[in-house]
Design a protein around this ligand. Structure first.
Ligand code: PMP
Length: 374
């Protein structure tokens, strides 16, 4: 039997058993429509509101600042669109390495509302050039800055406090796509000068199809969907009560075990890097000072083998992600790596390995073995 090795936790994560149990219980027992006024509805409503309170407590915000959405993409799109449509934003500043949920949304919204879209420079390390951001902000145009916290492809980390401070000083709104970091590091949103963040449960061992937006108190966005009164009328549609409960449970567990799991995953990542460098002299980590659960590495393997590496790993039961151009010509190169790698390195195979607490050193050893046989 093939050994199944999941090392693609930035794409999605395995749901924790306790989360599955909680969701099954809610599906079986709390099936009422949360908008109904009878006891079935009231029970469902209380599950939704308890979940909201629990999530708010983890992030040190008030429950009314958390709006449930179907996913991170939806939350990103809503915030960008509503900021331009409803908050008087006349310019969006973002980065070239954003997830497409922000990048493509920003392009479409800027075109639709005929406002400029400006890009902050990326440093060779993969980090955002804060001096350039400061320069851009100086113009005084009402602006939304949208910059991600942890990059999903290479794991570079934005200094949220520093960017938030710059935005405050220049009266700009600040949105951060925190899909890769919520549940993986602590947030104190009372302290952090951020106006909007977004999260997606399937990235922190919760269910798919559910996420949330945090919208700072006092900022009034307009609905993304029109219909019923759910989510204060901002996001109409019958609540997925089981998903909401599962997300809250997943976040509670993520923060309960955070330090232990972070330590384990960090040492696993160090082990993986050292093994890769030992067995593939010349292997280079893409991006500097990256988040503890992601490593994107450029391998000194012949470019013509790039296309088949993932296929070969997959045949052996290993899941990682593509980090670079596919030589078959059918896939576009990663827009993230294209920002920071030389043309020569971009042709070499890069893979993204992303860990969770379910991984072991044996997983890494097996990955190295299989990579050596490519
Ligand atoms: N932003 C980032 C940084 C992501 O990694 C992802 C998921 N790949 C998303 C947004 C989209 O989240 P969702 O899958 O919940 O739509």
């Amino acid at each position: 039997m093939i050994r199944k090795t999941y090392l693609d936790n930035a794409a999605t994560t395995q749901v924790r058993p306790e989360v599955i149990a909680e969701m099954a219980k809610v599906l079986a027992e709390d099936f009422g429509n949360a908008s109904s006024s009878h006891s079935f509805g009231r029970h469902a409503k209380s599950v939704v509101e308890m979940a909201r309170k629990s999530i708010a407590k983890q992030l040190n915000v008030s429950a009314q600042e958390i709006i449930f959405t179907s996913c991170g993409t939806e939350a990103d799109n809503w915030i960008l669109r509503s900021a331009v449509r409803d908050l008087g934003v006349k310019r969006i500043i973002t980065g070239k390495m954003e997830h497409h949920a922000v990048l493509h949304a920003a392009e479409a919204i800027a075109a639709e509302f005929q406002i400029p879209l400006e890009f902050v420079r990326t440093l060779p390390s993969g980090n955002i050039d804060l001096e350039h951001l400061q320069e851009l902000l100086r113009s005084g145009v009402p602006t939304l800055v949208s910059l991600m916290h942890v990059n999903n492809e290479i794991g570079t980390v934005l200094d949220l406090a520093a960017v938030g401070k710059l935005c405050r000083e220049n009266h700009a709104y600040f949105h951060s796509d925190t899909v890769q970091s919520v549940g993986k590091c602590r947030f104190d949103l009372q302290q952090l000068p951020v106006d909007f963040i977004v999260a997606s449960a399937h990235k922190f061992h919760g269910p798919k199809g559910i996420g949330f937006a945090y919208v700072r108190k006092g900022i009034v966005l307009q609905p993304m969907l029109f219909g019923g009164e759910q989510e204060k009328g901002l996001r109409a549609g019958t609540e997925a009560v089981h998903n909401i409960a599962g997300m809250a449970k997943a976040l509670e567990l993520a923060y309960e075990h955070l330090e232990d799991e972070e330590n384990d995953i960090t040492s696993l990542k160090h082990y993986a890097i050292s093994q890769l460098q030992q067995h593939f002299p010349g292997a280079k980590v893409n991006g500097a000072d990256t988040f503890y659960n992601i490593v994107n590495v450029c391998l000194p393997i012949a470019p013509e083998k790039t296309a088949m590496i993932l296929f070969h790993l997959d045949m052996k039961g290993i899941a990682v992600s593509r980090g670079s151009a596919c030589q078959s010509g059918s896939a576009k190169p990663s827009h993230v790596l294209a920002e920071i790698l030389s043309d020569e390195d971009l042709k070499k195979p890069s893979i993204r390995i992303s860990f969770s607490h379910y991984n072991t050193r044996e997983d890494i050893d097996y990955l190295i073995d299989v990579l050596q046989s490519v």
